[in-house]
Write a protein that binds this ligand. Sequence first.
Ligand code: C2O
Ligand code: CU
Ligand code: CU
Length: 485
Amino acid sequence: MTDLTRRDVLTLAGLAIGAACAGAPRRANAAMRGAAAFPSPPLLPLDRSIPGVAIAELSAAWTTTPIAGRTARLRTYNGTFPGPLLRVREGEVLRLRFTNHMAEPTNLHFHGLHIDPSVDNPFLSVDPGQTCTYEFPVPAGSAGTHWYHPHIHGSVAEQLFAGLAGPIVVEGPLEASSRLGRIEDYLLVLKDITLVNGAPAAHTAMDWMIGKEGTLVLVNGAAQPVLAPRGGTVRLRFLNASNARYYRLSLEGHPLYLIATDGGLIRSPQAIDELLLAPGERAEVLVQLTREGSFRLLNLPYNRGMIGIMGRMGAMRGMGGMTFSRTGGAAPTLLTLRAPAARPLRLPSALALIERLNPERAAVTRAVVLSGGMKMKSAGFLINGRSYDHERIDLVGGLGDLQVWEIRNRTGMDHPMHLHTYPFQVLSRNGVPEPFLAWRDVINIAAGGVVRIAIPLRDFAGKTVFHCHIVEHEDRGMMSIVEVT
Ligand code: C2O
Ligand code: CU
Ligand code: CU
């Protein structure tokens, strides 16, 4: 970042100038929702009249919004559920003017982007009526599927559940060239919600413990849409923007070819039968439609564990805490893919080069333990025995160092742990070496499991956070502050 842009950011974002709300234009919602046709998220308009700069306007507000074939009062970005797609290019500067039209503080987090934590600042509050400009260079190597959402500690779960989430796609050179760029590309934001009297359902005490899952499980705000591609090969970009729901995806009659994880493209397509996507995670797959017909994208049962805070809540087994019971009935359909009579393209064989991190070079190898415990009078989850405190620094690192974390989950349910700013590689899960190299920023630690990750603390010093992306857990204290100096 140049000094100029850094100063702009400090002035505009850091100090959070309380500009009067001029009533940023609210986009009419052009995208039809809830119809059978597949709705792509609307594109956030970008002004690129200054070379190398992309300027956009975003606002958060309560709006009456089309969702799943009806309308509801939701918290939205620019009036749509999910929020509009921010589609930017590696290397350009994004200047995003963000206005909070709600009566409560909020802010923006750019989940998945390796940018300065003083800009992507989870401690910043954008107060009611304020406008803040978030400005940063879209980093080289960040091509992939990411997202934005609020990050005010204590309010994330309610704001996210009520609709505040939007996708980011970063375009990179690797895709523009090669066979990949010619493949039809669809973005699928997986987000669930429960509506009560046309508004998002309130959290219950149980929701705060196990994470809130919605009864409507939507793809781009639509229930079970039909995706009818023209060609025989499609690229599907999945984003799990749900508070707590896990997706175990499988497409009838077709293998999936995994081509990207949170951090973008992997080395070569990996054939998989199913894809587990924890909250916050992204993945991209290619599908070869070898015969004409309709095929359902299913959400298979996945047991993400029980409350297990004290090990004495076994009686609640079956009441919740799992996306679906292990023995449970038919897997719900998320979407139907209508395959045309077209020949699939040959899959690309080489995608991206990913460096192999050497854990022997780690400056620090640390144990991170997830446990259940009591905070004040309510049960919650802890990281290294502690609940979040905004004045305490929990984990430190030296700029430029490689750290290895061994994260052990001593609770009875899975926790999808997420680190801001610094992408990492998974070394092993429960002692099993990771089968391929990939950059991630969310890693699911299964109940009772242990995962080793390697994190290069590159480019930016500052304070950021590490937390569970079951956002109810995050709000209730399952978050640590990380400081790199
Ligand atoms: Cu997607 Cu700290 O979050
Ligand atoms: Cu994040
Ligand atoms: Cu958790």
